[in-house]
Design a protein around this ligand. Structure first.
Ligand SMILES: Cc1cc2nc3c(=O)[nH]c(=O)nc-3n(C[C@H](O)[C@H](O)[C@H](O)COP(=O)(O)O)c2cc1C
Length: 79
């Protein structure tokens, strides 16, 4: 089991959207991420304060690498 933790800044349209808004962009990201993580054996926690993310992820090396590369490639946040 490996783990990674990072912080990032939400893109402007995410930051402007309401927290927990059903059907919103943030919900779609979380659903997509949770589905992928389940298949990859990855778990963790995602925190959002309306402007910044903190995510802790853990899982087997191969699954975590793919999940984290998806995080790095997402345009919904930066930094
Ligand atoms: C804050 C944040 C956390 C994410 N966490 C995960 C994750 O845990 N696992 C994963 O496979 N993808 C994760 N993603 C990627 C999303 O599931 C999705 O593929 C991506 O946001 C879609 O691309 P876009 O942001 O460019 O629209 C994350 C994306 C963001 C913005």
């Amino acid at each position: 089991i490996r783990a990674v933790v990072y912080t990032s800044e939400a893109a402007a349209d995410i930051a402007a959207s309401r927290l927990g808004q059903t059907g919103g962009r943030l919900c779609a990201i979380v659903d997509d991420a949770a589905r992928f993580n389940r298949d990859a054996g990855v778990t963790g926690v995602l925190l959002f304060d309306g402007a910044r993310f903190v995510q802790y992820m853990e899982g087997p090396d191969d699954g975590l690498q793919v999940a984290y590369s998806r995080v790095l490639g997402a345009s919904s946040h930066s930094g």
